[in-house]
Design a protein around this ligand. Structure first.
Ligand SMILES: NC(=O)c1ccc[n+]([C@@H]2O[C@H](COP(=O)([O-])OP(=O)(O)OC[C@H]3O[C@@H](n4cnc5c(N)ncnc54)[C@H](OP(=O)(O)O)[C@@H]3O)[C@@H](O)[C@H]2O)c1
Length: 275
């Protein structure tokens, strides 16, 4: 399975989630492994098929377990060529990346990703330019470039003026997609970005929150792209099940440069697919 920040956020911070998910419960949205059982009306998965997928966020018993029960609608056949270490990362990370970029771009579009998990990796992956947020004022650096971008994907929610001052660096028809904001002030700022019209001092480009949809259709597209080498999952580290706490501690640093994978059972967790 692969960890995601939401696995921890739900357990630690979300009052409503804590009211809905009574203990005992176990985290983990993303899974990969062999099918160990199927419901009577499941006809597109067979025992032993390798599948990956994404549980909904609020699932009582998640993927950090030797066995997990998943609905058929959130499972996808894993291409045989898929690297088993990368496969669990396809659930949330790849699906989110797919859903916040692919529908909104065409050839020649310029995309800025805020929080691209480390400049060096991004350059290796083909980014034209990177901005080190620890050294430079990200908003100012972008404004200095002029109206260049068709799409901005904000994975961080910081700096706080990034959206408000986006019109100088985004094309007029550009779209700003926010997928995350962590701190209280970032959450308030994101709400303002969404609610405040431009004539009252809000941003001047199209703003949208995006929550990853668990879509089997999109997972199948992502699987094909992975099979064809159109992208790969960057893996930060692989932990054994017995070291799950260490894996979660690593995730909580907020400094991971890729997916944190946990091997459950001897290899990967087994999946029972319900109707
Ligand atoms: N909306 C959705 O459906 C959805 C889906 C998936 C994830 N998310 C959210 O998206 C966020 C990112 O997820 P993730 O899995 O990538 O988390 P993550 O693995 O914890 O992200 C860590 C990365 O963020 C970078 N970072 C931290 N602070 C930054 C800053 N101020 N500016 C630029 N980069 C910064 C870090 O780079 P450095 O080490 O260089 O600092 C690190 O590489 C999380 O809040 C997560 O909950 C939302």
């Amino acid at each position: 399975m692969a960890l995601n920040p939401a696995d921890v956020k739900i357990a630690e911070f979300t009052l409503i989630a804590n009211m809905m998910l009574t203990l005992p419960a176990s985290p983990g949205m993303n899974f990969y492994g062999p099918v160990a059982a199927t419901g009577s009306s499941v006809d597109d998965f067979r025992l032993g098929n390798m599948v990956f997928g994404k549980h909904p966020n609020l699932k009582k018993f998640g993927a950090l377990a030797q066995y997990t029960v998943a609905d058929a609608s959130v499972c996808c056949h894993a291409p045989p060529s898929l690297d088993p270490i990368q496969a669990p990362g396809l659930g949330t990370a790849a699906l989110t990346a797919y859903q916040c970029i692919v529908p909104f771009v065409s050839a020649g579009c310029n995309v800025f990703i805020n929080g691209g998990s480390g400049g060096r990796i991004c350059e290796e992956l083909g980014a034209d330019a990177v901005i080190d947020y620890r050294i430079y004022d990200v908003t100012k650096s972008l404004v200095d470039e002029g109206q260049v971008y068709d799409l901005v994907v904000d994975n961080v929610g910081s700096p706080l003026d990034l959206y408000k001052k986006s019109h100088p660096y985004m094309k007029p028809a550009g779209r700003y997609i926010q997928i995350a904001s962590a701190t209280f002030s970032q959450n308030i700022n994101s709400a303002k970005n969404y609610l405040l019209p431009s004539f009252l001092g809000g941003g001047k480009r199209r703003f949208q929150f995006l929550i990853c949809k668990t879509s089997r259709k999109d997972m199948e597209k992502v699987a094909v792209m992975a099979e064809h080498g159109e992208f790969f999952v960057v893996v930060e580290d692989v932990f054994q099940f017995s070291d799950a706490v260490k894996a979660i501690q690593r995730l909580k640093t907020g400094r991971a440069k890729g997916k944190i994978i946990i091997k459950v059972l001897e290899g990967f967790g087994a999946i029972a697919i319900g109707d």
